[in-house]
Design a protein around this ligand. Structure first.
Ligand SMILES: Nc1ncnc2c1ncn2[C@@H]1O[C@H](COP(=O)(O)OP(=O)(O)OP(=O)(O)O)[C@@H](O)[C@H]1O
Length: 420
């Protein structure tokens, strides 16, 4: 069920627009993170949803009602807001701070009732702040303060919680603790969570949906894998990045590589990679992370290795989609190989269309080039040429091609490489 709708929302602090044409729907029970570079308008968007600024154009509705038609107290019973960098300079205890979350429910001069106590204590128990409830908020750590602020927000018994950078001042241990807590509340209590997060990897790990903002506009919104692509990241942050699945968290992991790539790592040998059909993706990622000077080819336009290499702007020789490699393309590839220290061959299926890649590696080894074959799977058949490819590989081995069994072995070899 859609519970928040933003329709053509535009806003600026002065003349300059900070939010432009924002259209967004958010479903009940979603964990949505707003990401984007500094100054993109993330905090502003969150504040506009919380009806902090009134002079915006367009419409925002929450549970079908325009937020302009809610009183502040009414809205606070549905939405609670955890601001960024809250400067807490008052000598309140955590308990007192959390009880303030009950304010929207109380009549003037009314004291806290049993329900107010119960819900505040539950909020403290959920956030592990009960045992430190008497400590003053000026005398607790950043992680404890963040948990206390979330407790206050929970004491409001909201349906929707908005958080502006809830992990910004926390060490990794507390970052995970806070996000695990939010995820649990999201799953168990169907709490809708909208959070600004700078850290793309935390956003990817904990969110169902992402909104990527750039210059006040939504560059992309949707599922994590639709938003966190190398090209969207490059577009928004002006930084090249590798996006890959982290096996441990089962979520996408982003590694920015622009700087390393720019300052090529000359302690490693330069490499030309022969790959294709997806076989080179992991090798490309690993080599680029080390800043290794890399080229690839020949790849067919459109295949997944080609897409990755293209998005990372790697020096590449390409052939038309689904076409056999032409002689002249293959010669260009050989010329590129000649400029590198090592030719690395991934375990790519060889058919008549790409046999020339192997044959050029043979020419290169005959010219004295070092060639390495990364044969990750011993049982995998890659010869689709009725034995011709196997013969070329045998000849490469005879001429001194090094066969390694994993990418780790390749990295190890490269780390210990001695330049002549
Ligand atoms: N109170 C304010 N008055 C005037 N301009 C503001 C105000 N708050 C933010 N801005 C400006 O609006 C733009 C968007 O700011 P906002 O804080 O929403 O971005 P953000 O994406 O959250 O940035 P960051 O990642 O740096 O926190 C920036 O150019 C900022 O300088």
């Amino acid at each position: 069920m859609n519970i928040i709708n933003l329709n053509k929302v535009e806003f600026g602090y002065g003349k300059q627009k900070v939010l432009k044409d924002i259209n967004l729907t958010i479903e009940e029970g979603q964990f949505l993170s707003i990401i984007g570079p500094n100054g993109a308008g993330k905090s502003t968007l969150l504040k506009v949803i919380n009806n902090i600024y009134e002079n915006y154009d367009g419409n925002i509705s929450i549970y079908g009602k325009n937020i302009r038609d809610y009183t502040r107290k009414e809205l606070a019973r549905i939405v609670s807001f955890v601001p960024q960098d809250t400067y807490l300079d008052f000598e309140f205890s955590i308990e007192e701070l959390v009880f303030m979350g009950r304010y929207p429910f109380q009549k003037r001069f009314q004291n806290d009732g049993k329900y107010d106590y119960d819900i505040s204590y539950r909020a403290m128990a959920l956030t592990n702040t009960l045992e430190i409830k008497d400590r003053l908020i000026t005398q607790i750590s950043g992680g404890e303060r963040q948990r206390a602020l979330i407790a206050k927000a929970l004491a409001q018994d909201p349906k929707i919680i908005l958080l502006d950078e809830p992990t910004s001042h926390l060490d990794i241990n507390h970052q995970i603790e806070v996000l695990e807590l939010l995820k649990e509340l999201n799953k168990k209590q169907n709490l809708t969570i909208i959070s600004v997060l700078h850290d793309l990897n935390l956003a990817s790990r904990y969110s169902d949906k992402l909104v990527l903002l750039k210059d006040g506009q939504i560059l992309k919104s949707g599922n994590v894998d639709e938003v966190l692509t190398a090209s969207n990241i490059e577009n928004a942050y002006n930084t090249r990045a590798i996006v890959e699945l982290n096996k441990f968290t089962n979520s996408l992991f982003v590694t920015p590589i622009e700087l390393k790539k720019r300052e090529k790592n000359t302690s490693f040998p330069s490499i030309h990679l022969i790959a294709g059909g997806g076989s080179g993706q992991v090798i490309i990622s690993r080599l680029l992370k080390e800043g290794i000077d890399l080229s690839v080819g020949v790849l067919n336009v459109g295949d997944s290795d080609w897409q990755l290499a293209k998005s990372l702007k790697i020096d590449m020789i390409e052939e038309k989609p689904f076409s056999a490699i032409k002689d002249e393309t293959s010669k260009e590839n050989l010329n590129l190989m000649r400029t590198k220290d090592i030719v690395v061959i991934a375990q790519v299926p060889i058919g008549h269309g790409n046999l020339l890649n192997l044959e050029m590696a043979l020419t290169a080894i005959n010219e004295g080039k070092k060639v390495i074959y990364v044969k990750e799977d011993d049982d995998k058949n890659i010869d689709y040429t009725n034995g011709i490819a196997t013969k070329v590989i045998d000849e490469l081995i005879l001429k001194g091609m090094i066969v390694l069994n994993s990418i780790d072995e390749l990295m190890n070899y490269l780390e210990n490489y001695r330049f002549k």
